[in-house]
Design a protein around this ligand. Sequence first.
Ligand SMILES: *Cc1c(COP(=O)(O)O)cnc(C)c1O
Length: 360
Amino acid sequence: MTVDILHLARKNIQKLEPYQSARRIGGKGEVWLNANESPTPISFFSNIKSFNRYPEFQPKKLIQLYSKYVNISEDQILITRGADEGIELLMKSFCEPGKDAIIYCPPTYDMYGINAKIFGIEIKEILMLKNSWKIDISNIISNLDKVKLIYICNPNNPTGNLIHSKDLLILLKATLGRAILVIDEAYIEFSSKNSMVNFLKEYSNLIILRTLSKAFSLAGIRCGFVLASKEIINILHKVISPYPISSLIADIACQALHDNAILDMKNRVNQININRSYLVNELKKIIFIEKIFKSHANYILVKLFHFEKVFWSLWHKGIILRNQNHKINLKRCLRISVGSDVECLRLINELKRVSKKNIL
Ligand SMILES: *Cc1c(COP(=O)(O)O)cnc(C)c1O
């Protein structure tokens, strides 16, 4: 017997449109350029063989290694199941549903809005200035009423631009004692000198989100970090689940943070940045590409003439890009993750073929 269960779910969950992750969208891909993953798999080996005991609440060794990598003290770091858990945990810890609000600046990463909808937290969307993708500082500052958290993604996904630290500092000053500025640095390794991590000492209302999913080639293990003042980390300790990080994950993450592994990561990042320049140069030659937005991360946002035809034509050839056409201010845009040499070449060849075939 089937009975309607949906009506038992909370009202906001009944209405909720879930995040369309690359894996959920699917596709028959040979060249996956839609999730900003690293194209380079890294092999790991673990000596951990028994699992009858719970892992450490916050694996000490991993905290030590990340502390060394970012050069902040160990009590300013929380390990999470990816940056996604960090995004959620902050709302859980700081926002009263039905009372408090968050701000974010579209077009940007969807999970800020989706989590707020799940919790029933009011959303204030303050659009980025179109095409320059600068944050609208004065508009943010004049909308701080009820706001506890402001999420800014830097470099921004999907536009690829950096947010000027000058602007972020204005926000930090304007919100001190009133709200917290959360900088999502998921892609900061591709532009590492632009991290705000050195300002953690000065600003107790700054939180930085990090991940091993992108530059570190470890999207599969789900490991991220929240960097913040000791006081904020202590609050998050109350809320995060009792054993968030499995012992295997901690072991692999530790290996990825040893000196040599970090050097390897930096070399991969350099290679991706070289491939990005190559792609930009080649994309400039393709007639149906109307605009290429300057990127400081491992993806490029482009605007196309004949968007639908190009996107689906590549899709059917197994080259899977990320559609951004439905997002505010991103009509006819798609996001291309920077892949390996071979993947970049396949993409460019296919784009050239589409433009020659006169199917447009
Ligand atoms: C990929 C991504 C995340 C999620 O990172 P995980 O650590 O894999 O959860 C968070 N923020 C942005 C902007 C991202 O692009």
